[in-house]
Design a protein around this ligand. Structure first.
Ligand code: ZN
Length: 134
């Protein structure tokens, strides 16, 4: 794994959260993007070589909606940049890690992503992400 690509933060009201984090970081986000397959709207801040991703649910079945109902708003996942997501998935599966989705899917910000189950990663929801081939 190369670096922390981004940290995902679950929010219940994106426009309120934007105002809060704009002030906290003293800058504006560089893009908002809806990811229909995940039922979320995302909003990104560049923080050096990493990012903060705000996530707001767009439908009731969204994992973000369920997360907030159970645990409230806050840190949701850590995403690590990998050079080759397919070989990294194989390596981690062989090492016994459990994936939520072991077939990479398209995430926000032109990435291929896969999530590991927190029960196999010390309680942290881990996302692998690789720049999607153009
Ligand atoms: Zn993410």
């Amino acid at each position: 794994m190369n670096k922390i690509e981004h940290i995902g933060v679950a929010v219940s009201d994106l426009s309120k959260a934007k105002a809060l984090f704009d002030t906290l970081f003293d800058r504006q986000g560089y893009k908002s993007e809806e990811v229909q397959s995940e039922g979320v709207t995302t909003h990104f801040y560049q923080m050096g070589e990493s990012k903060i991703e705000l996530l707001e649910a767009t439908k009731d079945e969204s994992a973000i909606k369920k997360f907030i109902e159970k645990r409230g708003e806050g840190m949701h996942h850590i995403a690590f940049d990998v050079s080759n997501i397919h070989s990294e998935i194989l390596r981690l599966k062989e090492a016994g890690f459990i994936f939520i989705n072991e077939i990479p899917k398209k995430g926000a910000d032109n990435k291929l992503i896969a999530f590991l189950h927190p029960k196999s990663t010390g309680g942290i929801l881990v996302e692998l992400c690789q720049d999607a081939p153009k």
